[in-house]
Ligand binder design. Structure first.
Ligand code: SF4
Length: 333
């Protein structure tokens, strides 16, 4: 199913003369480990799997790899985000081989676009040209936005960055997202105000996302209302190098303090209910990965707001149109 680029991994290990290599892979690839280890075994390179969380290229384990005495790091499942590394690092994007065209064919009745923007994750990026040709042959004009400071390929979106969709939004009637999950297409729909048809090449199903998500917004408004009753706020910032928005987190602490709330920065590596359960804040603001308040918010006993939602709570911006949290360059550091 995935391309683990064995010849490229072998070439990297030989070129760097590695004797011990740290490997990092997301949970979804863990069961492919025997296949992933093949080039390391063939060359007699000792592999050490860094088995903590690995949600994105934002979470590069180069410092951990150095502590383990590794010569190199091989990071699977994500594209290079340009963060830099303390050691030679190879990104193996683990692209999915399966073409999305048969799934697209099944989704044709929902594709009422004349001009359509194409977005996807790195796993399917290699199929975008094929997707464009298929849609062109069905009378649709396709547009693909340029990558941002966090992405590598035209058309690539992350849970925290849909810049390439925003870039072409004024010129398209809607978007086709190739991939799995709701978070990315929802983010594109909110950020562009356009319909998004999400096509899953693996299940061959499709789902339509409209920018007006009443149930979703009602749920988020309830969290904001609950947080507004609070007096003490923990502002969570991640120490992961691609998520560390200290500058934005400090601004939020300042805004909350000005409004008479007690606010404190909480620096955490892996944000989870367990990592902060001993701190008795009334509400939390997550300035780490934007997916946490939305995908994992229900796991926390207290409301967890996004930076946009805390601004809405303080009356600085209207709650609608709703904006998903995205990571911007100026918020880092
Ligand atoms: S910050 Fe979150 S959404 Fe962005 S790349 Fe990292 S894991 Fe993905």
């Amino acid at each position: 199913m995935y391309d683990f680029e064995e010849p490229r991994v072998r070439e990297f290990l030989q070129r760097t003369g590695a004797r011990r290599a740290a490997l990092q892979l997301p949970a979804g690839l863990a069961r492919y480990l025997p296949e992933i280890l093949r080039p390391f075994d063939q060359l007699g390179v000792e592999p050490v799997v860094v088995a903590g969380s690995c949600y994105g290229a934002c979470d590069l384990a180069d410092e951990a790899a150095r502590k383990l005495g590794s010569d190199v790091l091989v990071h699977y499942g994500h594209a290079d985000m340009g963060l830099g590394s303390v050691m030679p690092t190879l990104y193996v994007e683990a692209r999915i081989k399966k073409s999305p065209v048969d799934a697209l064919e099944l989704a044709l009745p929902a594709l009422d676009f004349r001009r359509v923007g194409l977005v996807t994750t790195v796993q399917h990026i290699g199929h975008l040209e094929e997707v464009a040709s298929f849609l062109n042959s069905h009378g649709m004009q396709t547009l693909v936005g340029e990558p941002s400071f966090r992405t590598r390929y035209p058309g690539q979106v992350l849970g925290c960055d849909v810049s390439c969709a925003k870039a072409v939004a004024p010129s398209v009637d809607g978007f086709i997202y190739i991939g799995t999950g709701d978070f990315h297409p929802l983010g594109v729909a909110f950020a562009t105000g356009k319909k998004v048809v999400s096509v899953n090449p693996v299940s061959r199903g499709f789902k339509v996302f409209m920018p007006r998500q009443e149930k979703f917004i009602k749920g988020r408004k309830a969290k904001v209302a609950q947080a507004a009753l609070g007096k003490t706020f923990g502002v969570i910032v991640s120490t992961k190098k691609g998520q560390a928005r200290f500058s934005l987190a400090r601004k939020i602490v300042g805004l909350l303090s000005k409004e008479g709330k007690q606010a404190c920065l909480l620096a955490v590596d892996d944000v989870s209910p367990e990592s902060i359960e001993n701190f008795c804040f009334d509400a939390l603001v997550c300035v780490a990965c934007p997916r946490i308040p939305i995908d994992d918010g229900e796991r926390f006993e207290r409301p967890v707001l996004t930076p946009f939602e805390i601004l809405a709570m303080l009356g600085k911006v209207p709650m609608e149109p709703y904006q998903m949290d995205e990571i911007n360059k100026e918020d880092m550091g």
